[in-house]
Design a binder for this molecule. Sequence first.
Ligand SMILES: Cc1ncc(COP(=O)(O)O)c(C=O)c1O
Length: 430
Amino acid sequence: MRRELEQFSKQELSEFLDDIKVEYLRYCDSGLKLDMSRGKPSPEQLDLGEDLLNSVTSGLDCISSGGIDCRNYGGFWGISELRDLFSDILNVPSDNILIGGNSSLSLMFDTVARAMLHGVAHSERPWSKEEKVRFICPVPGYDRHYRICEVMGIEMIPVPLTGNGPDMDLVEKIVSSDASVKGMWVVPIYSNPTGDIYSEETLSRLAKMDAKANDFTLFVDNAYPLHTLNGTFVQPIDFFSLCNEAGHPDRPIMFSSTSKITFAAGGVSCIAMSKANMETALPFLQAEFICHDKVNQLRHVKVFPDLASVKRRMLEHADILAPKFRIVDQVLHDRLDGFGVASWNKPTGGYFISLVVRKHTAQRVVDLCRNAGLVLTQAGAGFPHDFDPDDRFIRLAPSFPSCDELKSAAELLSIAVLLASCESIIGEKR
Ligand SMILES: Cc1ncc(COP(=O)(O)O)c(C=O)c1O
């Protein structure tokens, strides 16, 4: 039966540290070279998309069901079959959906940039003309959302996630009292990296809450709507209707893509927004492109004629991913249970495990792993300006490495957690 490290005597801690260091140095000498820093699909997952590469092989294959030759210009909104498919995936009407290129992140960047340059529906002036623009950022969250805010000069307000979405009391308080709060990032299903699924109550409060800024906008990044690990799919809530019924039809702008359904670098993305927001954005969008890659759109709908076919593919992804998550979870349990120095979530979907270590040791753990050949996501990356005030959160991305590699990686990680915790407790007892 293990005891918490905190309860060890100085002598016991010192002996424990010596033993752990021997194990750690063995890893340093083992030549391990692994990257667990980003949530990339593995080669086996990419191979599931082989059918996509073979679905359009000649000009004859390039005609959409509406009779459009997808090789040519035209079809600004994207082909209707794909808008319908995203409509079913996201529970948003097809008419509100515009298909983009391969990256939803670039749609998010453009949308924030347009708001800065011109505003959204109901803006009195471009956001860049405001004295200050602030966004609520649920933490830990997706580092690239923060990058967008940083480069646009948007101040970020961190709000903790609770497991069912952000602390809504705090969100309501901030949004209702500060007119400079123009936006909020929302990853409603399998949030990166905590795996939070926003509850019905959270979504309803987001839709209904009073906002001091009447152009307050929810940037809903639905990157993982079907990305189950346990075979159960989350039923997406009709968030546009919810906002509409609450008298805030223009509040949500939603984004999604097939980056982790087909190819991370060769999928299709979409943006969904209200009619009023679409009208505000349209002159800019029409100046920006004539159409996106309709041949790739066609490839997608040939392979995925309906929602059921996408779900079947997502179950195949889950078959590859779930054992990897299980291995990491098992090794962490085997090595860390009882020591009272770390906790982690067991997500039901998405791409990440969120590891919480002793205060002020996350950076040390990441450094120790790096020195021994394992690259993790930078400590603090889940927070605005890469600053985790408690230095506690580490994002683990088990999707890319093989199961054998993950076993070694999780062993090393556990050793690093124990080593860093031991050092920190010894430091405190000094
Ligand atoms: C929350 C979230 N949004 C967006 C993306 C990137 O999406 P895309 O590939 O469509 O640009 C990721 C990728 O990891 C993500 O985790």
